[in-house]
Design a protein around this ligand. Structure first.
Ligand code: NAD
Length: 461
């Protein structure tokens, strides 16, 4: 890496520390001003944001608003409404042993947060955590993905026109720049991306004892029992699976359905694909593309001569792959890693307990979906499998609520964000006992006396 790039990263880091230590953002009014300015500038930059998402991922304006800009604006509005109450010290009762005292917890910003983001929802996954970080009073550096370069450039422009240097900065670049940032002693690291890189991030964080949130992925199952409403199930699976051409961390990765409904369900999914994406999705201007040739080839390697039930065609010049359904089993190549593309493997089970045991053999997924009309089956699946979050009788919509936390478990993630949980993620709660001075009970002090011990035991029972 060139010395000038290294120096720029170090300058950014130093100005972040300096800005945070000016204590400007301890004042909630200043945070509100910053959020308002961010919202205003996003609206000004909207055409450029749409254009960049079109170039990098062929996202239509509808999809760009629904899954990127709109989610960010909702998060900003939610914070603007609630930030004063979130930032207030939280009073708690004091134990009688500490009479007379006032006890409370102060949500305090960590300092300078490093936000590392991926390419699939490149705008939302950079700015959404930023909103939570600055609402909590932190300064922040965003390292957007080098794989979605047009959106990364727009993010830099937006941040530079909105924030003072040191409050929020953007460092462009790839692995080298990210490694250089990870070597520095940031006060918080918020990472979204693959589990493989998550492990690297966590190792760096351990060197400085830096707290982390890791938002990763995994194979999110979509379990469908024989009691489901086939038409609605198929419609909602197609929406969640093929949005952004399957490049969604919470997309249903594979369909795991009761053998008795498989044929009917698959037929209905095929019909829904045509209804939602036309008979020729590759030439549908609103159907996104694979991000690059590497991902395009990775998907095509899963499509074989003998496993295609539906779709399977692709066009290298536009990097588009048809919504594709594959016949599969737990030993198949498409069941080895997270798919992250428009391919839906179909597996079947005979009884739900066996299905649960099979899902549990894989790492805990980021999301899980259960389609069933039977409450007992819904509860059994939700309660017996570890996963980040999910839906009953729908897909992916759980991530679009400020009132629900979003995050995974173990290999799919550590920590949560969105709304109040996002504010808390970027806050350290300082526990304070404000002890009054008019009274000073003697029991805790030496020399210890038998009678005092009796009182201590009474207090501490
Ligand atoms: P990635 O891990 O390759 O990259 C993420 C970020 O890490 C990028 O900014 C990249 O520059 C940086 N990076 C890559 N390699 C690095 C290295 N060796 N050292 C330091 N930094 C490095 O992820 P991706 O391909 O951009 O995204 C796809 C993955 O992200 C999928 O697994 C998906 O499930 C997951 N994801 C999770 C969420 C979530 O919210 N949980 C959201 C979107 C994507």
């Amino acid at each position: 890496m060139e010395d000038s790039v290294k120096k720029n990263i170090l300058d950014v880091f130093n100005s972040q520390k300096e800005y945070f230590n000016s204590y400007k953002m301890l004042n909630v009014k200043n945070r509100i001003e910053a959020l308002k300015k961010l919202k205003k500038n996003i609206m000004i930059m909207l055409p450029k944001i749409y254009e960049a998402l079109k170039i990098d991922l062929n996202k239509s304006e509808n999809e760009a608003y629904m899954t990127e800009v709109g989610i960010v604006l909702t998060e900003i509005n939610y914070m603007l409404k609630n930030i004063r109450s979130f930032a207030r010290p939280k009073r708690v009762a004091s134990p009688i042993t500490q009479f007379h005292a006032k006890s409370y917890m102060i949500p305090s910003p960590y300092g300078s947060a490093l936000i590392i983001s991926p390419w699939n929802y490149p705008f939302m996954l950079s700015i959404d955590p930023l909103v939570d970080a600055i609402s909590a009073g932190n300064s922040a550096v965003i390292k957007p993905s080098e794989i979605s370069p047009h959106v990364s450039d727009v993010i830099k422009e937006l941040i530079d026109m909105t924030f003072e240097r040191g409050h929020v900065d953007v460092v462009l670049g790839g692995v080298e720049e990210c490694t250089e940032l990870l070597n520095l002693d940031f006060d918080y690291i918020f990472y979204t991306g693959s589990t493989r890189v998550g492990e690297i991030v966590m190792k760096h964080a351990a060197e400085h004892f830096t707290p982390v949130t890791l938002e990763m992925g995994g194979k999110s199952p979509c379990i469908v029992d024989e009691t489901t409403n086939i038409e609605l199930t198929a419609k909602r699976i197609v929406f969640g699976k093929f949005l952004n051409c399957g490049q969604t961390c919470v997309a249903p990765d594979y369909l795991y359905c009761h053998s008795s409904i498989k044929d009917k369900l698959v037929k209905e999914i095929e019909r829904q694909i045509v209804l939602q994406y036309t008979v020729d999705p590759i030439h549908n201007p609103d159907y996104p593309k694979m991000i690059n040739i590497k991902q395009f080839n990775a998907m095509n390697s899963l499509i074989k001569e003998d496993n295609v039930i539906f779709g399977g065609k692709s066009d290298e010049s536009s990097l588009k792959i048809e919504p594709t359904i594959l016949e599969s089993n737990f030993q198949a190549d498409d069941m080895k890693n997270e798919i992250f593309g428009p391919i839906l493997p179909v597996l079947t089970f005979e009884n739900l307990d066996e299905a649960i045991q099979n899902v549990k053999k894989l790492n805990p997924p980021l999301a899980l979906y259960i389609f069933s009309s039977r409450k007992e089956n819904q509860n059994k699946v939700i309660n017996s499998i570890q996963f980040g979050g999910g839906c009953i009788n729908d897909t992916i919509i759980h991530i679009a609520s400020n009132r629900l936390g979003f995050g995974g478990v173990k290999q799919s993630g550590i920590g949560t964000y969105h709304g109040k949980l996002g504010f808390d993620t970027f806050s350290h709660y300082k526990s304070i006992v404000d002890k009054k001075t008019w009274l000073d009970l003697p029991m805790r002090y030496q020399p210890y006396k038998k009678f005092n011990m009796k009182i201590v035991k009474w207090f501490l029972k």
